[in-house]
Design a protein around this ligand. Sequence first.
Ligand SMILES: Cc1cc2nc3c(=O)[nH]c(=O)nc-3n(C[C@H](O)[C@H](O)[C@H](O)COP(=O)(O)OP(=O)(O)OC[C@H]3O[C@@H](n4cnc5c(N)ncnc54)[C@H](O)[C@@H]3O)c2cc1C
Length: 370
Amino acid sequence: MGRSVSIIGAGVIGLTLAKDLALRGIEVTVYDSKRNVSEGAGKASGIFSVAGLERSGIPYRKGLVNTLNGAVLWAGKESLRIKSKDTKAYVVDRAILADLCKSDAESAGAKVVLGKRMDRDRLLEMAADKDNILVGADGAVSTVASVFGFPSAKEHILTYKAEYDSANIEDRHMVGLYFSNKIAYRFFGWSCPYTDDRIELGIGISSRAKITSTVAFKKFMASGMVDGIIGGARQANGFASIIPLSARARTVKGNVALVGDAAGQVKATTGGGIIFGALCAKTLANVIEKNVKSGASLEAYEKEWRKRYTMDLKMHSVLHSYYSTFSGKSLETFFRASKLLGAEGFFSKYGDMDRPSLMIKRFFLRGLTE
Ligand SMILES: Cc1cc2nc3c(=O)[nH]c(=O)nc-3n(C[C@H](O)[C@H](O)[C@H](O)COP(=O)(O)OP(=O)(O)OC[C@H]3O[C@@H](n4cnc5c(N)ncnc54)[C@H](O)[C@@H]3O)c2cc1C
């Protein structure tokens, strides 16, 4: 049929989709308003499960900065230490990752056009061409979604993160998660080491909170939770950003589809969107190939990605709703009880950052303590 694909957004997900389509011999062009794909890459963190990265096919190896074995979860003075003897996750430099994704997409034959913001008129023009498939991979605040009237995500997480040099890092292979509905309303604060003395600290708060993420970050830094890390450390940068907390109720309309953060394919527990976004991009590439080769409907994308990934994404939502409603004291009690029941051992052995369904299956098969 000679159809072509226009992808709006040269983020990791748009570029991953472009590479996949180009490898299938489909004509694809990616547009982004940025002049450089790594611009603003520091707004987000780069913590990805080892298994998820392998499944996603994202070219991350040259961007690796650290390996992670586990996490310490804090609620007030109570903590849960979940530590595996194996590497569970990688910390990847997001600027390098963006460049790697771009060069992979271009080597596969995709065209990447930078410095071009796509406005309403241009998007309507693109979608009016029935020989063109238009994909919105344009992030949480998707112009494609709003121009074509896709339903919005119900809640977002507002974030602020900063990197610190000369920090005191006890174990560079462990992240810290700090829960407190007073400081990080319906989400959490975090610390993620890059090296022995460089660390990222960040916070997320629900868009329902009445404050900005910058104010929340100041409160987090003054809360005493991370005093041990930042005593004497220097702040190197700081970025505010946004994460969608749930998938949009619809992600395909005619010849327009959404993927990645634009579709809300994000884990509600952590805000991680790269692994599921990349997996959904693969599903979209399969559907587009069938559309281009035999005229099959794009609607199959909606059914396919939901069939494969809704169970885990919903479970992340349920877990998020669960922890986000606890008051400080109840969460401390919950942590204390979980520890007594052997949760640290269970999660250290069976914890899965991406697929809670596997963890829950094991829980029902074996119980918390074996
Ligand atoms: C603080 C923070 C920490 C995070 N940590 C992690 C993590 O550790 N692990 C993880 O998996 N995920 C993490 N995420 C989420 C992850 O960053 C996103 O899920 C991911 O970047 C989404 O990729 P994307 O390609 O869909 O969208 P984006 O990366 O947002 O890319 C969208 C692109 O579209 C372009 N664009 C937008 N509108 C237009 C337009 N009209 N015309 C042209 N171009 C346009 C933008 O310039 C941008 O380049 C984090 C997010 C934040 C904010």
